[in-house]
Design a protein around this ligand. Sequence first.
Ligand code: HAM
Length: 416
Amino acid sequence: MLGEQASQRASLEARARSILESAGYERIETPAFEATELFARGVGESTDIVRKEMFTLQDQGGRSLTLRPEGTAPVCRAYVEHGMHKRRQPVKLWYLSSFFRHERAQAGRYRQFWQVGAESIGSEDPAVDAESIALLAALLAEAGVMGLRLRLSSLGSAHARGEYRERLQAHLRANEASLSHDVRSRIELNPLRAFDSDDADTQSVMRTAPLLLEHLDADDAEHFAQVRRLLDVAGVAYEIDPTLVRGLDYYTRTVFEFTSDELGAQSGVGGGGRYDGLIERLGGSPTPGMGWAAGIERIMLAGERSRIGASSEVAAHATVLAPVELFVALDGSREELRGAAFALLSEARSAGLSAQMDLGGRSLKGQLGHADALGARYVAIVGDEQTVLKDMQGGGQQTVAANTVVHAVLRSHHAL
Ligand code: HAM
């Protein structure tokens, strides 16, 4: 991640903080790696993530550790471990961290990538679902993500899903010969994933498959209806997609995904849903949860560059590069001049000035061009005998003692 992108990411982070913290989310940071068991149990043994995509290593004590492929299981582990059930529920937590998946790298798909995520744990109120989805919609809109679509569905609660699973398995078995190897191998463990297959024959089998959305029990159907109503009230547009299944096993009830037409094959910008059984699976007492994560790189790919990292207030306060107040240039290439220039740079920074110096070995002319391109207010040309302070905007220049440069810049600042 290079300079401009780093500044865009920081801008996104500032927007996320502002949106999520005003909504009562607190920042959480979990470790970069966790016990492999956490993901095997939390994300699910039958998922692609656990079967193929984890970076797993053994530590010197023989323990199996895995670089986090996602953030929900770690946040839920932290919730249980830190007794967060004693706090006012739901506990709302957000993160912006790097994650690791062993996937084939391509545009928008990396082995190390960043996610911003939000988890709301401890309430099954449909308003939590709607609020959570609306917050991601707001963040993506602020980031100027183009060609955005929101797909929404419900997977029902785990206990109510059993009967449907059997129907779906019967359909898959009846058409087994036409299914891809991958889907066939998951009929027992994870039949729902068949909806996600990119194999053409499997897709045609799935066109006549029974749909979970048509087999929800009364409570789940009512929960989903309320989520939709609240989204309507909030003016969040969505499409119901009964074939939407997500790549992680912990989902129950609401699931959703934002895609962008700008993104080609890797069109998922962010997604999430409810995971009402996860905390219990990780050793806590039964506790509902709801959340999402969105890929920072994908938001940046699909966002208007002018909106991310541009001059909005949020961006300005955290990220947009501060204008360069003092550029330190060298009139000569001798080592002691470099030392003096560096000392001046440090002095300027300690005094709170935004200062830069040439680190590319340019000629004096080249350095002045660079200072100009950066929009520097002043350039100090450190020479053998004297330092010349050039006012790049006012046009004047004066010769000053090296140890009074910073003072002179600060004084002119205050005079402005
Ligand atoms: P996920 O759909 O696996 O969900 O990932 C969320 C987002 O991370 C994706 O929509 C995508 O933008 C980004 N992403 C995933 N893999 C990559 C990759 N290899 N390279 C670049 N970006 C990627 C989760 O991770 C769940 N933990 C979301 C969640 C939170 N559900 C409930 N709470």
